[in-house]
Design a protein. Structure first.
Length: 183
């Protein structure tokens, strides 16, 4: 019993000392403060690649998760007015590059381009003379498709291979986003 009394006395002493220390800390009590909006956590978004100069530039749009096909269709719509004001453009031409057929797996996307339509390259007058002529339209499709699959599979976009089938001519090409200049 003496042992219980000593423990109770020790506990009471700790409470009293803590109370005195808190009361004497010099911090005056305040009222309730508004902490602002609550945290929202992860917001679903889509990343699209447009052209700026001779490089690809990613833009993020706050849109719920889309399939790779839906994401590429959104890319074909081109940059928004705000994105165009920021100097972004597209090298894609809807009737040349679309409509697209898209199938996707874990780390691979197959994009079938419309038959018998050549795909253009960037207009030479838009690029400095020392920049090699790279088909940035293929980069836009590659990086956007790779990003869409990577987001769904939680993998690195550069691990995704994008295969292009050119309808009607049986020619296939494959790319990784890292093959295109980005900035």
């Amino acid at each position: 019993m003496i042992f219980r009394t000593r423990r109770a006395a020790a506990a009471l002493a700790v409470v009293v000392v803590s109370s005195m220390a808190a009361a004497g800390c010099g911090i005056a009590p305040t009222g309730v403060s508004d902490g602002g909006e609550p945290a929202v956590g992860f917001r679903p978004s889509v990343r699209l690649y447009f052209v700026s100069g001779a490089r690809l530039r990613a833009v993020t749009r706050p849109i719920p998760s889309l399939t790779p096909k839906e994401t590429l269709d959104l890319l074909l719509d081109g940059p928004s007015a705000y994105e165009r004001k920021r100097g972004l453009r597209t090298d894609l031409i809807a009737d040349v590059h679309g409509p697209l057929k898209v199938s996707a797996g874990r780390a691979r996307v197959v994009i079938t381009l419309p038959p018998s339509r050549p795909y253009p390259t960037a207009a030479p007058e838009l690029l400095p003379a020392e920049v090699p002529r790279i088909d940035l339209s293929m980069g836009q499709l590659t990086c956007t498709a790779a990003g869409a699959v990577a987001a769904r599979q939680n993998i690195d976009p550069d691990a995704v291979t994008v295969v292009f089938r050119h309808g009607g001519i049986g020619q296939n090409e494959s790319f990784h986003c890292s093959e295109f200049p980005r900035g």
